[in-house]
Ligand binder design. Structure first.
Ligand SMILES: [Zn+2]
Ligand SMILES: [Zn+2]
Length: 337
């Protein structure tokens, strides 16, 4: 099969991704083999290629926003039939037995495996996954090219949204408007929430307004019109955290979505931190993923995207790095549905 691998991490312009021909993998006992039709490109893939994150496996096939068709079954894989449509996200495996898995927080499992990082991912014609960790897309009517980006920004965004503890009719603020915030905006508006978005990008400002944001501006220079009940924060600039908190009520929850962050300094504890909860998004969970896919299906959610040919992946990732993509996301079309 054709696959893009990363063996030696380096800047994306120096071609860390190599196109290779590999044997088609055989599914283990409870695994399924998926013939990949679509795979979204995530900023995390860029970090893996460039070395911002050390490699966990070498070489590795990146890609964790996978949609495809079940193509072969392991000896004891019973959940799906050949030809069923499934999705695969970042969460490739959790043990199901540890204290975190038992209390429903599988994202903290010490035995976690991540797609396109600890195990090979979807920048390839075929991929393997334990049957329990594939999303069942048989009752979802959305097109596969829409479902692929939902496998990371969609379900991660919904996890952040749920962590925020926001309720119907309340007010949500977000700083940074990428695809994750885009999906959150849709879900929040469908629940009657007021949503304020801070972004520097003109293109993102246009898209946020088009899809119903109640206020779009830049909190580096101006306050939200009113204080919010929950705040989801995406940048890695820790110095903006107190600015975000200044725009929240004391009962609010602040959710940080970043994997890295520059130092966070809170100067005025009583005014800006007292009472609030701060949480972080750590990996992903299947329960919120399933919930999001049902909501997305009901809302017939779609996103502005670039469709990328398999051979174009390195060039597409250069444009991702430069912030030159058209729309919100990039999806590689790998096989026929
Ligand atoms: Zn991702
Ligand atoms: Zn576990």
């Amino acid at each position: 099969m054709k696959a893009w691998i990363v063996e030696k991490q380096k800047p994306i312009e120096e071609e860390p991704l190599k196109l290779v021909d590999l044997p088609i993998p055989e599914p283990g006992d409870k695994e399924i083999r998926v013939r990949v039709t679509h795979c979204g490109i995530c900023r995390t893939d860029l970090h893996i290629a460039e070395g911002d994150i050390p490699l966990s496996k070498k070489p590795v096939i990146p890609g964790h926003e996978i949609v495809g068709v079940v193509d072969a079954l392991g000896k004891n894989a019973k959940r799906f039939k050949i030809g069923d449509r499934v999705g695969i996200s970042w969460l490739n495996y959790a043990c199901g037995k540890c204290k975190y898995c038992k209390r429903g927080e599988e994202n903290y499992c010490p035995h976690i495996k991540r797609t396109g990082y600890d195990v090979d991912g979807g920048f390839a014609e075929y991929v393997l996954v334990h049957e329990d960790f594939a999303f069942d897309l048989r009752n979802i009517s959305l097109p596969s090219e829409e479902l692929a980006p939902m496998m990371c920004p969609g379900i991660t965004g919904h996890y952040a949204f749920r962590l925020s503890e926001i309720r119907e009719g309340e007010r949500l603020g977000m700083l940074g408007f990428g695809p994750t915030a885009y999906y959150i905006l849709h879900v929040a508006k469908s629940m009657g929430m007021e949503v304020y978005i801070s972004t520097r990008s003109e293109e993102h400002r246009r898209i946020a307004e088009k899809y119903g944001a109640d206020w779009v501006g830049n909190i580096a220079h101006q306050d939200f019109p009113r204080k919010v009940d929950a705040f989801i924060f995406f940048p890695t600039a820790g110095k903006l955290v107190e600015r975000a908190l200044e725009n929240t009520t004391p009962a609010a929850t602040l959710v940080l979505g970043a994997v890295t962050m520059s130092p966070i300094v809170i100067e005025n504890y009583t005014a800006n931190l007292w009472g609030r909860k701060i949480k972080t998004v750590y990996q992903v969970r299947r329960d919120y993923g399933r919930e999001f896919l049902e909501i997305a299906n009901r809302l017939e959610l779609g996103i502005e995207k670039e469709i990328i040919r398999f051979e174009e992946v390195p060039e597409a990732m250069i444009r991702l790095k430069r912030g030159e993509i058209r729309g919100m996301v990039q999806v590689i079309k790998i096989g026929e549905i």
